[in-house]
Design a protein around this ligand. Sequence first.
Ligand code: PEP
Length: 268
Amino acid sequence: MSTFWIGTGWKMNKTVAETRRYIADLKARLPDDAGADYALFIIPPFTALAAAREAIGMAPVLLGAQNMHWADAGAYTGEISAVMLKEFDIDLVELGHSERREHFGETDATINLKVKAALRHGFRPLLCVGDSAEERAAGASGAAVVRQVKLAFAGLTKSEISRCLVAYEPIWAIGEGGVPASPEEARPVHVALHVALKELGAPSVPVLYGGSVNLDNAAALAGEQAIDGLFVGRAAWSADGFAALISRVMAARKAATSTPAKAMPAIG
Ligand code: PEP
């Protein structure tokens, strides 16, 4: 079975104390075999990274940051650099979330600089891309996210791109009021992303889906061949919720490997 990614980004939620409690609860609830075939990750706010690293200990849970600046240091008040993040021994850095693009003026060009800086410092960038409701209505979802990926990865070598993760997060699907993409709706966009990544010489880059994933839709989304992982917000903000999602996905994938394979869409 290939590695399946399941992670959660906490946005601007959870104090240090809440982080410690969450991780202790999560560790107590993780299925014994969660570390095999699964890559689990949590992305707390900056202020909780030290506590999260300590609380994770030897548990099979990767740690990520929600953003970073592209410069190592300098006159960028309020920003956090990769050099600073290194002290927390993080594994991943989330870049390009649509909330950062919308509220904090992130552009494809600055995201490209951040991806390069993250790779330079040995982090695995988790690049978020997403289509707007208008792009979806115009049938332009695939084109919109492929464009974002190409701009974010411009100037990178094939091996650098191969160290990244991509998360397809439809803007219309995430957060309060978001409507989750059905597996049928997510499929062609994931296929388009896989085709683009293959063209860029990095066919093995995992493409995760994020946007109102919950206990009811997680197994079906995880069952799509072109979906290599789930990036979860609200449904995983409690340790119980995250552990239940992990168990649900693991059970569904176990059941799928013991039944005949379904017809899969070609990915180029
Ligand atoms: C997100 O905003 O990245 C996200 C996946 O959120 P939610 O699962 O709450 O829609």
